[in-house]
Design a protein around this ligand. Structure first.
Ligand SMILES: Cc1ncc(COP(=O)(O)O)c(C=O)c1O
Length: 386
């Protein structure tokens, strides 16, 4: 897929895709086209630019559901800032009287980890941090009775997948709970894990799936009655009286307005829609080649005695540390060679630093722009350094 990233300069090896992916040219073109050809507001305007914006934003909402194989009769799509904002928006609006506890897991990004912690403190309800199995699954005997559950389905440390996600969702619902899935790391290379999953909400970041910076929330329509409203303003009301207002989100066609106060990032939404098309059109051969690159890197790192690899399996996201070498220094040395990795705890402080007592780590996260030459160089540079 390298030709869609031909703006990359020779020698630049970007491997921080888990943070934000590079944007392929068609996505950048879509953003530019919006700004240069029909820069306008959706919904509120009647001139042709605005009508085009509205139509494209509507298309984007539909594409998200199609991508995840979810039905428009059951779900709607809202746009926001990022995964963190989406999860916080839901937790801040949830009607706490319906629930007894909030549950998350040990391998979460700070985004669910801290928002559940803040929720528990603010609402004075217990919080449970369940220990995931080594393979990323959730033990079958966890009690979800009347629980609000927030879990990632793919880890940003080692790509561990919540393979029993569907069963967990069913169990949570059977026991009277609701589940919000952090899909941040799933959408680019593991979206299969989310397909048809009947979670109450899925939050993810478009910027981790080859699109501009944008948050996406996929929400079950029957979850709305459990949510209050916190932020309110333009774009969310059909009429306003002195002391009252008529919310647009009372209308099933406009449920999405519940999470969209004020002007939206229309250009980003439209370019995100382009990114979905782009991702869906990645040829099988390119996917296979990408998996091959992930495997090569895993095999190499796994065979170095000095390298402590966290991954049990190949993944687009791979983390490790090297005995006796400071990871931040190592990251800086790789940067000198043009290799842009991430070092530290990747916003997973509790699990990595306190549960596992790992030193700061090095994370390489590959994207569809990477090619064989990138992997060869990474392997050669690390080999030489060792
Ligand atoms: C698993 C996971 N959840 C949540 C987030 C937070 O995403 P954002 O910073 O876009 O809100 C990240 C970001 O790396 C992530 O990897």
């Amino acid at each position: 897929m390298r030709e869609d990233f031909d703006y990359l300069k020779d020698g630049d090896i970007y491997v921080d895709t888990a943070c934000q992916s590079l944007r392929p040219k068609p996505v950048i073109d879509a953003l530019n086209e919006y700004y240069t050809n029909f820069n306008s507001c959706g919904e509120r305007v009647k001139y042709p630019w605005g009508e085009k914006t509205e139509q494209k934003v509507e298309e984007a909402r539909k594409k998200v559901l199609k991508f995840l194989k979810l039905k428009p009769k059951d779900y709607f799509v809202s746009f926001t800032l990022n995964t963190t904002y989406g999860i916080n928006l839901i937790l801040n609006q949830i009607d706490v009287k319906d629930f007894e506890k909030i549950v998350t897991s040990d391998i979460e990004h700070n985004s669910p980890f801290l928002s559940t912690l803040a929720f528990s403190k603010k609402n004075k309800i217990p919080r449970e941090v369940i220990k995931r199995n080594e393979d990323g699954t959730i033990p079958a005997d966890v009690d979800f009775k009347n629980a609000i559950v927030v879990l990632n389905c793919v880890s940003n440390v080692d790509g561990r997948r919540l393979e029993n996600l569907s069963e967990i969702v069913k169990k949570v619902h059977k026991e009277g709970g609701v589940i919000v899935v952090d899909g941040a790391q799933a959408m680019a290379h593991n979206s299969d894990i989310l397909e048809k999953v009947q979670a109450d909400a899925i939050c993810f970041s478009a910027h981790k799936m080859y699109a501009p910076s944008l948050g996406v929330m996929v929400v079950r329509k029957d979850f709305l009655p459990k949510l209050n409203t916190s932020f309110i303003g333009g774009g969310m009301v059909d009429d306003v009286f002195r002391d009252e207002f008529k919310p647009s989100y009372d209308n099933p066609e406009k449920f999405y307005t519940k999470f969209e106060p004020g002007l939206q990032a229309f250009g980003e939404i439209i370019a995100f829609s382009e990114a979905i098309d782009w991702l869906e059109n990645v040829p099988k051969k390119a996917r296979k080649e990408f998996d091959g690159l992930c495997e090569q890197l895993f095999e190499f790192l796994d065979n170095q005695p000095k390298i402590k690899l966290l991954n049990k399996k190949p993944s687009a996201v791979i983390s490790f540390y090297i005995d006796g070498i400071d990871s931040h220094l190592f990251g800086a040395a790789l940067a000198d060679e043009g290799i842009m990795v991430r070092t530290g705890y990747f916003c997973v402080h509790y699990y990595l630093s306190h549960e596992k007592n790992y030193p700061p780590l090095i994370r390489i996260s590959l994207g569809l722009h990477n090619n064989q030459a990138d992997i060869d160089k990474i392997i050669n540079v690390i080999r030489k350094a060792l």
